[in-house]
Design a protein around this ligand. Sequence first.
Ligand SMILES: Nc1ncnc2c1ncn2[C@@H]1O[C@H](COP(=O)(O)OP(=O)(O)OP(=O)(O)O)[C@@H](O)[C@H]1O
Ligand SMILES: [Mg+2]
Length: 360
Amino acid sequence: MATRTGAAESHANGAGRAAGGSAIDYVGVSKDFGGGGRSAVSEITLSVAPGRFVVLIGPSGCGKTTLLKMTNRLYEPTAGRITIDGTEVHSLPAPALRRQIGYVIQQTGLFPHMRIGDNIAVVPRLLRWDKARVAHRVDELLDLVGLPPAEYRHRFPAQLSGGQQQRVGLARALAAEPSTLLMDEPFGALDAITRTRLQGELQRIHRRFGQTIIFVTHDIDEAVRLADEIVVMRDGLVVQHGPPLEVVTTPADAFVAELVGADDVLRRLSLLPVGSAMRPLDRANGATGAALPAGPTVTRSAALRDALGTLLESHEDHLTVVDEDARPIGTIDLETIQAVSGRAATGAEGVSPHADVLRA
Ligand SMILES: Nc1ncnc2c1ncn2[C@@H]1O[C@H](COP(=O)(O)OP(=O)(O)OP(=O)(O)O)[C@@H](O)[C@H]1O
Ligand SMILES: [Mg+2]
């Protein structure tokens, strides 16, 4: 990504820096659309700490979008309360609230008759930023989402690919440096490669600015990749809330197990570090610096799934595990990997982490 001096300066004086993330609390929040059916959202109580990346997952109609829309007051709850940094959202004027909260949806919602630059500038102009500051911010954001400003700022949305439009949607949501981002299946319509790339960009932006993000997806792999915490919803309720590893390895019930593919050995392996499965090196051996196998190595923080790939490609019977300073600290082989993936499988039925499964 191009780094322009102007952008760097604005970071130094604060114009380009987000103020970190907000705390969001839902207490007994319900939404009943009337009509006699069950509530779309039923007494949800959920705390999201500042700067956390929380992914909501659950079947169609379980209330994910409704929960997001109550957060920025596109819907009002029927009961309960939602606070942002301790202030009830209900007490904030909706326009001010929505400037503090960026909102990205699958159909980007870009204005088709407005150029990309003008689309991104909507909120800064509402905030009456002066022209130069708006123009600077637009270019800074286009840079941030990987679209060269000179090439893209004057185009219309229809002249961009779906993935590029999604980038603009993200840039627009970030325009006023929101402390919170609500993202409703933002990458749902994209091909796998574009999707993976945008996930990476979003992670980079989150690491840099530390917004609180609530992200809805139907894709458990996306959830596992992005989430600090996964919230599983069903019929308007939260049925499980925890870190990805916990949700995938100890699903609360059969429904969650099926939803998150808890019996998917490879998914579990992608969440476990090599260090959790290695045989520590014989201390005496390590201390005397005895000849170590010259074969392939893997770092202890790498995912077991990657280690397995390396192992299978290498045709060796084990890999040497090294620490961050490339010092050998242990070994790993198929047997140790199987032992760990099997142990992590409690709660899911019919798991048989044999080599043929792993190779599949
Ligand atoms: N504006 C509305 N008026 C009436 N009912 C609604 C409205 N919006 C949502 N609902 C209902 O509330 C429930 C939850 O809908 P919601 O859109 O929150 O689900 P979702 O989890 O986002 O589903 P999806 O994964 O399909 O997007 C559904 O039964 C839906 O029909
Ligand atoms: Mg939805």
